[in-house]
Design a protein around this ligand. Structure first.
Ligand code: GLA
Length: 390
């Protein structure tokens, strides 16, 4: 049995003296397709074998009483009898935001006690926040029989980010958190929300995450700026045709023909998104054809676009990618997620993975003085109940 689950179960019993339910809620990776989700494009994420665990039970007190074992000042108590508002910062906002967003359509959310712990590196761009809100909303949905589907849970989670974290994110993280499957990647169309599971056997290759340990405060606000720049492009080009609602409605030719109508920056952002969507589709075909070399090349081009056109990379991430792609056994490497720090993801032949980790660690330390954290992760199932030995 998972030690983390066992531990939160025991701690919950010690603190609250009732029997909790246990939820496991995973982090995610994204193989290719970044900053496309909020542009109604394509993404290729997977849930991973790093997760947040929540032990939770209702209390009769109209209060949240929460203990996050891995966080400083880990206890958080809040009266939720009245209107719920964001607090200064930090993990409690994901709990409060979940209560707020569940109450919005009229669900009754009484008080609850919970103990939380996990092994998703925080701030590394692996969506620990989507895991926290996804796990909590899933648990409350089951406990109180709200009848929400997984898709509805994902959408509630996304709204939590919008309203209580101030990030106008897309749906990718929450979707991966809820729909993940072991040995599968999720090819998601963020317009229709239709998805296809693409087999991915990570016993043949390794997914290496290299946490640059760079966490930029500006990441959230810059993220919103990128989103607005894409919307600006759409707004201008929709003058040509009112049917144009998102970048998904704009063809490459149309963008090129009307390049002069856009500022250089807005053009670059739009160009990137259109290219990245094509790359995701082609990369999925590569994977289905078993052509990891072609797949890896698209990862590298994705990084170049994120660096030069979308401008969400940073020198540390660029360095990690430049180093990785020179090493034997590396199919591809790119920054992953929102950017401005966090992780790179590299697709590496199984037999080269240890050596690649070692070389990357040493090179990065020599270059930046920072000790990167390198994680080998596997695809895993999405959020669900888990058990502990009683
Ligand atoms: C963050 C957001 C996602 C997505 C990625 C970039 O992880 O939460 O919705 O936009 O950045 O692809």
């Amino acid at each position: 049995m998972n030690e983390l689950a066992e531990n939160i179960y025991q701690q919950f019993k010690d603190h609250f003296s009732v029997e909790p339910v246990l939820v496991r809620s995973p982090g995610r990776v994204n193989l290719i397709g970044d900053h496309t989700d909020y542009n109604e494009g394509f993404v290729l994420p997977a849930a991973i074998n790093r997760a947040i665990y929540i032990a939770i039970a209702p209390n009769q007190q109209k209060k949240i009483r929460a203990i996050a074992l891995d966080m400083p000042g880990s206890r958080f108590d809040a009266d939720i009898s009245g209107e719920v508002k964001p607090v200064d910062a930090g993990w409690p906002n994901f709990l409060l935001g979940s209560v707020f967003q569940l109450r919005k359509p009229g669900f009754d959310v009484p008080g609850f006690d919970c103990v939380i712990s996990g092994d998703i590196p925080i701030g590394a761009g692996l969506s620990s926040s989507a895991a926290l809100e996804g796990g909590l909303i899933y648990a409350l949905n089951e406990i109180h029989n709200y009848g929400l589907s997984r898709l509805e849970i994902a959408k509630v989670g996304q709204q939590v980010e919008h309203t209580f974290a101030g990030v106008q994110c897309g749906i990718m993280d929450q979707f991966a958190n809820l729909y993940g499957r072991e040995n599968q990647l999720i090819k998601l169309d963020c317009r229709s929300l239709e998805y296809e599971l693409i087999p991915f056997f990570d016993d043949e290759v390794r997914l290496l995450l290299c946490d640059s340990k760079v966490h930029r405060e500006l990441a959230g606000s810059e993220y919103n700026v990128r989103r607005r720049q894409c919307e600006e492009g759409v707004e201008i080009l929709s003058d040509l045709n009112p049917k144009i609602k998102t970048l998904r409605d704009i063809s490459s030719d149309l963008l090129e023909e009307n390049r002069g109508k856009l500022s250089a920056v807005v053009y670059d952002r739009c160009r990137f998104v259109l290219d990245e969507n094509q790359r995701v589709l082609q990369a999925c075909s590569d994977l289905q054809n078993g052509d990891l070399t072609a797949f890896g090349k698209k990862m590298i081009r994705s990084h170049t676009g994120l660096r030069d056109l979308y401008e969400v990379s940073c020198s540390e991430l660029d360095f990690l990618v430049e180093q990785a792609v020179q090493l034997p056994g590396v199919f591809g490497s790119r920054m992953m997620g929102g950017g401005f720090g966090g992780c790179t993801i590299s697709l590496v032949k199984k037999e080269n993975a240890d050596e690649v980790s070692r070389v990357l660690f040493d090179a990065y330390k020599k270059e930046t003085g920072i000790e990167a954290e390198i994680h080998e992760v596997k695809t895993a199932d999405g959020t669900g109940f888990t058990q502990t030995i009683k």
